[in-house]
Design a protein around this ligand. Structure first.
Ligand code: BGC
Length: 779
């Protein structure tokens, strides 16, 4: 298609029509202008292709497809290559099914563990979510299919998601809630972005020019199309001007007419509608031509192999499971020692989430079937139902499990949440497992010593029985091949290698957003600012149940020889490193135990004190390395050019404070094995403009000119201590304490207030001093 020519040929009504769907999933075709329709489909952990007129609420069945592990599970793999492979498989499935845009991945932050949709999101950490989202995007798009990264932005709860206004400051938005999107846009060039339902600081995402034009397109260079979440359109004319291109699913022509009228009446400049239509034509053209390329490369559109993709799902589940606890090395189990399996999840496996991501699964592997296939010796008792309200034998099966437990020395209990407890559409009320499961686990532990719990949930839960059980294996929602993956891990064919992409808190009351989740009917204050997840627990020095990055395996690893840009810690003491270019951290890891396994070394930057408060440390790099027993490898982990930066609202940009930072290398955020101090060089400065609220401390911190005018002013006022810091305790009737307060007063009293305390100072002096300070300031 010649996009420029086609655009010229379209009428206003046709352009407006192009900007909304023809049905739930497809764009409109304009046959007389040779504009074809393209199809979108959910996403994100499998293909949920619906028939054209099917509804989007899950009442209709979608085509059969592979259900890969959900996002919280995949992210725990910390494995970019594996996630890329999953993305590639999803892309192939889209090609086979004629889908041009896959609606995912979802890269929203896990602000609270209560968000019902957390299973669809990667992490509480924007760097990790950005890296995983980049790998997924690259995988899908390598197959000539576009992704739609969602939900842009700050869609971090389900309650009132259609209209709630997220109240957050610029630093919090850029540093936490936009960061993963930024990374993916800049490095993986997604074809489309889905704007969220909610408002940000009082403006709907679809109408938010700051979000869609100033930030997404201008600041980050996004050149694709913006699609609304399904039903997230509000005022189409405002949305068009702000940079939203496609309203989905459709408004049955109502908003097409509204938009065309706005242009015809001159209320909306036609250039905005042209820009919209041009971006959509480019998207359609790209989808069609990439499909042609794909066909050429494959001699037609191949039908993907479901068996092959099932095995990719299995590998992904194996690489993502997180071993949280393993006292006494209970796991792996010996194959020929008969154990007792308890819990209906062994039959009714939970492996995916509810809502728009729900897959019509190709082949679910139930745990008991997989155990039979592997020739495992086990006995099974239900113990509890996943949906106990549907049965009246709950007490009976509980007691049966307890009496059988007495006859075994080892039990594995399969516990978790049902889709009535976590799903798209609503949030959880707490982080507890159902009471009947907690009771059963505790009671079984009273009967025997060796109890392993296997968990199936999309997000963290509390473990009141944590100290009573020997092992906890967190499978998350691990996709359709979860059965084989689980048996392989339980019996040691595969060593677990997942690490938590989110903190497991001790109590919901400990969580950073506890006082502000889900907010009121209309708005929610992100009062915790940048301190979400481990940033919060670290800063408050709090205990957690299991920390971010935690994950055990069947072997042990030794870390040694940390270097930064090739220099050891001694050489680093004397060196200066440019804080705005990538930095390479290398270290050697040795498998010192008895199993082959993969380790996930994580690099955190411990921050120097900055002008603004900063988290104690932040994840800035990681890799995954497989080591046979006894083997050691040196790995290079590259920290990107933003590893030392924070978002400075005063400069409205990323900012690197010069000074000393510490590079930490560890196996979790709270298991740091090596560290190296480094000196970061940066010429970033905060532009400083004096005003009547300027204080002596401001001048000391931010002012780069000659402070003489201020000195003269303070001398005249008798306030010189504000700059010199030399209040004498003798001078204060309250001794040292008084002197300390006086010092703070001298430092923090604004220029205009000095007038109140110093009889020789008048308003003219204040004005002159401000003028002189600013005159000498080069900013
Ligand atoms: C969800 C999106 C999804 C869309 C289409 C919405 O309710 O928020 O994530 O892609 O429906 O099913």
């Amino acid at each position: 298609m010649n996009v420029a020519e086609t655009l010229k040929s379209l009428t206003t009504a046709e352009k407006a029509g192009l900007g909304s769907g023809i049905d739930m999933w497809c764009t409109k075709e304009i046959p007389e202008k040779n504009v074809p329709s393209i199809r979108t489909s959910d996403g994100p952990n499998g293909l949920r292709k619906m028939e054209t007129n099917a509804d989007g609420l899950g009442r209709d069945q979608s085509v059969e497809a592979i259900c890969f592990p959900t996002a919280s599970c995949l992210a725990s793999s910390f494995d970019r290559d594996m996630i890329r492979e999953v993305g590639q498989a999803l892309g192939e499935e889209c090609q086979t099914e004629g889908v041009s845009v896959l609606l995912g991945p979802g890269v929203n932050m896990k602000r609270s563990p209560l968000c019902g949709r957390n299973f669809e999101y990667y992490s509480e950490d924007p760097y990790l979510a950005g890296e995983i989202g980049t790998a997924m995007t690259n995988g899908v798009q390598s197959q000539g299919v576009g992704v739609c990264i969602k939900h842009f932005a700050a869609n971090n709860q389900e309650k009132n998601r259609f209209s709630i206004s997220v109240e957050a400051d610029m630093r919090t938005l850029h540093e936490i809630y936009l960061r993963a999107f930024e990374k993916i846009v800049k490095t993986a060039k997604p074809w489309t972005v889905m704007c969220s339902y909610n408002m940000i600081n009082g403006v709907y995402s679809c109408e938010n020019k700051w979000l869609l034009t100033d930030t997404l397109r201008k600041r980050w260079g996004f050149d694709g199309a913006v699609i609304t979440d399904w039903g997230a359109m509000n005022d189409r004319s405002k949305a068009c001007e702000a940079g939203t291109d496609l309203e989905m699913p459709s408004s049955h022509g109502v908003r097409d007419k509204y938009l065309a009228d706005a242009v015809d009446s001159g209320k909306l400049d036609s250039k905005y509608l042209d820009a919209n239509a041009e971006r959509l034509l480019k998207l359609i053209d790209r989808a069609i031509s990439e499909r042609e390329e794909y066909k050429k490369a494959h001699g037609g559109i191949p039908v993907y192999s479901k068996e092959e993709h099932h095995r990719i799902a299995e590998k992904a589940a194996e690489g993502s499971a997180v071993l949280l606890k393993n006292d006494g090395g209970l796991l792996p189990l010996e194959k020929d020692r008969k154990v007792l399996f308890i819990g209906e999840f062994a039959e009714e496996s939970r492996y995916q989430g509810g809502g728009s991501s729900h897959i019509n699964t190709y082949k679910v592997e139930k745990i008991l079937d997989s155990a039979d296939k592997a020739g495992i010796q086990y006995d099974y008792v239900k113990g509890f139902h996943v949906y106990p309200e549907e049965f009246d034998d709950n007490e009976e099966i509980f007691n049966e499990a307890l009496s059988k437990a007495g006859r075994y020395d080892t039990a594995v209990i399969f516990a978790g949440l049902s889709d009535l407890e976590e799903s798209e559409g609503f949030d959880r009320d707490d982080i507890e497992l159902p009471e009947y499961q907690n009771k059963l686990i505790s009671a079984v532990c009273d009967k025997l010593n060796n109890v392993a719990v296997v968990l199936f949930t999309g997000s963290p839960v509390a473990f009141p029985w944590k100290d009573k059980v020997s092992s906890i294996l967190n499978m998350y929602l691990a996709g359709e091949a979860m059965g084989t993956a689980l048996i392989n891990i339980l019996y040691g064919n595969v060593s677990p290698s997942g690490h938590l992409a989110e903190t497991f808190p001790c109590r919901i009351q400990d969580t950073p957003a506890y006082l502000n989740f889900p907010g009121s009917r209309d708005n929610v204050a992100y009062a915790e600012g940048v301190y979400i997840g481990y940033r919060y627990y670290d800063k408050r020095d709090m205990d957690v149940l299991f920390p971010f990055g935690h994950g055990l395996t069947y072997t042990t690893f030794e870390y040694s020889d940390i270097r930064v840009n090739g220099m050891d810690p001694l050489a680093l003491k004397k060196a200066e490193i440019n804080g705005k270019s990538p930095v390479t951290v290398s270290l050697t890891i040795k498998n010192t135990g008895n199993f082959d396994a993969a380790e996930v070394p994580q690099i955190y930057v411990q921050n120097a004190p900055a002008y603004e408060g900063r988290p104690i440390k932040e994840l800035k790099g990681f890799t995954k390395v497989f080591l046979k027993k006894g083997e050691s490898k040196t790995v290079d982990i590259i920290l990107d050019d933003q590893a030392f930066a924070y978002f400075e609202p005063k400069t409205d940009d990323w900012f690197v404070t010069p000074g000393q930072y510490t590079i930490l290398a560890g196996s979790s955020s709270r298991d740091i094995r090596l560290s190296a101090d480094i000196n970061i060089d940066s010429d970033d400065r905060i532009p400083f403009k004096a005003g009547d609220t300027t204080t002596a401390m401001d001048i000391q911190k931010y002012y780069t000119g000659d402070p003489a005018p201020l000195k003269a002013f303070l001398e005249k006022a008798g306030f010189t201590q504000g700059l010199s810091g030399d209040v004498d305790a003798e001078q204060s009737s309250m001794g040292k304490a008084g002197a300390r307060m006086d010092q703070a007063m001298y430092e923090d009293t604004p220029l205009h207030s000095v007038v109140s305390f110093a009889k020789d100072i008048d308003l003219q002096d204040v004005e002159d001093t401000i003028r002189k300070l600013n005159g000498e300031n080069n900013f």
